[in-house]
Every structure is written in structure tokens, then in C-alpha cells.
Design a binder for this molecule. Structure first.
Ligand SMILES: Nc1ncnc2c1ncn2[C@@H]1O[C@H](COP(=O)(O)OP(=O)(O)OP(=O)(O)O)[C@@H](O)[C@H]1O
Ligand SMILES: [Mg+2]
Length: 274
């Protein structure tokens, strides 16, 4: 059974994009993008600066409207007219800047702007719910009454992810969740992403870091100049990925790989495996 079939068997198709294009005046940010995400699957969205990753995330978050193309969510065609429409359907987004309030504590941040939630103004239930969410994610937060300003980068990312799970979404979008983190914090956030996936959510993670992508992604989708440029398994070599991302077979990663092969005097190993 091939991998795509395996994934299809794994979970329902949560999200399907077909022929999505986005123009900003004369600029074509996205052209004819297709993308599928299944329940219980982490899809890494990779590509160079300006490849269109954030534009795609913003379309799914309801921030931008596509110029053309169709979006299917849980089997139904949908229009994501604004961020609340996306959130209401079950698409939650953790933007790169996290949008947390430094001076407020963890509980307040998790419930920030969720005035419609049944926990409104009930501090005890809010604290309990915050703890439950963080415990389910095995998050290492010392106290939910700590102001966010005193938390580490990884802990902040954790709070932002917990916050996005409050409304029980089916799909979560993470824009560069590990970009500003050290090694241990990155590992913690990657573990967290796995736990989110294990809850049966579809996850789209935008990242520049191939190690992180490989550690956690079930599929790697490459965008280049606003177009689809390949879908890879997590064990794809750096060489393959860099070629797809940059569009050039001759780059420092591929040159180093062939130098290594020449030095060892051995027959070339299968792609990317020394
Ligand atoms: N609001 C906008 N108005 C005009 N052009 C835009 C707008 N947003 C994005 N673009 C253009 O669309 C293209 C894709 O940008 P986008 O931010 O989606 O790339 P990205 O893959 O997220 O890049 P990065 O890795 O640098 O974040 C770029 O050429 C960018 O200049
Ligand atoms: Mg971006």
C-alpha cells in the first residue's frame, strides 16, 4: 500500500484546496495550489522567502480571500470570509507573533477574546479548563497564574497552542512555531505538535527548519514562487528538499554530498543517506 493510501486510511480528509490562486495587484503570491490535510496528520509547508506560505496560511485563517480556486473543509465546500468564519468552522491559527498579552497570566491569555465561551468570567472554571488543556498537552508551565512575560519562548508557544485548542478545532495552522526557540524548547514544542496530532487534528506547520520538519511531519509540501513544487516523505534527503525549495540541483547541499561520495570512493549512497 502506498503512503498516500495509508494516510487516506488513517483519517478523514479535513482540508482540500484545489487551484487556489492569490493576486495582490500585479503580484501573483499563489498560483494554482492544491493541498490536502487529513485528520491526525502533520503537513509541513516549506519554501523559500516569498514562496507564498504565509499567504496560504492567511487564506485558511480567513484573513485573505483567494482570487480563485476552491476550499473543502470536512467534505463540504466552504468560504472563509473572515477570521471568525474560519475559527467557527474549526480552523485555528497560531500566527508567528503569537499575539499574547505579556502582562496577563496564562489563564487570561488562553481565554483572551473568547467572550462567547461558556467559561466567560468564571475564573475557577477558566483556571480548571486551562490546567486541563495544558495537562492534556503535557505542557511544562509552572503556574497558570504566572504572567506570560515571565515565560520562556517555548512556554509561550505552548500557551498559544493551548489557546488555539480551546474551541476544539479540527485543523490547526502553526506559522514558524520553532523559529525563535533553542534546542530544548524546540524539542518540547515538537512533542506538543505530535500530541496535537494524536488528538486527531490535522496540522499544517510552516517552517524553515528541515530538521524540525523531518522530526514531526508526515508529509512535506514544498512551495516555490507561489506554486506547488513537490510533496515529500519525511525521510527525503536534504538534497531533494533543497532542490525543490530553490529549484536548483546545483547548490551547496548537493555539492557537499557529491564531494563526500567522491572522497569515500564508494558508489553513491541512496539519496541523502551517508
Ligand atoms: N499584502 C500583500 N500585498 C502585496 N503583496 C504581498 C502581500 N502579502 C504577500 N505579498 C507577496 O506575496 C508573495 C508571497 O509572500 P508570503 O509572505 O506569502 O511568502 P512566505 O513564503 O511566507 O515568505 P517568508 O518565508 O519570507 O515568510 C511575496 O512576493 C510577497 O511580497
Ligand atoms: Mg511568511
Amino acid at each position: 500500500m502506498d503512503r498516500t493510501q495509508e494516510l487516506r486510511d488513517m483519517g478523514e480528509l479535513v482540508l482540500g484546496l484545489r487551484g487556489i490562486s492569490k493576486h495582490f495587484g500585479a503580484v501573483s503570491a499563489l498560483t494554482d495550489i492544491d493541498l490536502d490535510v487529513h485528520a491526525g496528520e502533520v503537513v509541513a509547508l516549506v519554501g523559500d522567502n516569498g514562496a507564498g506560505k504565509s499567504t496560504l496560511v492567511k487564506i485558511l485563517a480567513g484573513v485573505h480571500q483567494p482570487s480563485s480556486g476552491s476550499i473543502t473543509f470536512r467534505g463540504k465546500p466552504v468560504t472563509l470570509a473572515d477570521p471568525s468564519a474560519a475559527l467557527g468552522l474549526g480552523i485555528a491559527t497560531v500566527f508567528q507573533d503569537l499575539a499574547l498579552c505579556e502582562n496577563l497570566d496564562v489563564v487570561a491569555n488562553i481565554f483572551l477574546g473568547r467572550e462567547l465561551s461558556p467559561y466567560r468570567l468564571d475564573e475557577v472554571s477558566m483556571e480548571l479548563k486551562a490546567w486541563t488543556l495544558l495537562n492534556e498537552l503535557s505542557a511544562r508551565i509552572p503556574s497558570v497564574r504566572e504572567p506570560v512575560a515571565s515565560l520562556s519562548g517555548g512556554q509561550r508557544q505552548t500557551v498559544a497552542i493551548a489557546r488555539s485548542l480551546l474551541l476544539e478545532p479540527k485543523l490547526i495552522l502553526l506559522d514558524e512555531p520553532t523559529a525563535a526557540l533553542g534546542v530544548a524548547q524546540t524539542a518540547e514544542v515538537l512533542d506538543l505538535i505530535e500530541r496535537v496530532r494524536d488528538r486527531g487534528l490535522g496540522v499544517i506547520m510552516v517552517s524553515h527548519n528541515m530538521e524540525d520538519v523531518r522530526a514531526v511531519a508526515d508529509r512535506i509540501v514544498v512551495l516555490r514562487l507561489g506554486r506547488n513544487n513537490g510533496v515529500f516523505e519525511p525521510d527525503a534527503s536534504n538534497q531533494e528538499l533543497v532542490s525543490a525549495i530553490t529549484g536548483a540541483a546545483n547548490n551547496s547541499v548537493s555539492r557537499r554530498a557529491s564531494r563526500r561520495q567522491a572522497q569515500s570512493g564508494q558508489a553513491p549512497a541512496p539519496e541523502g543517506r551517508p
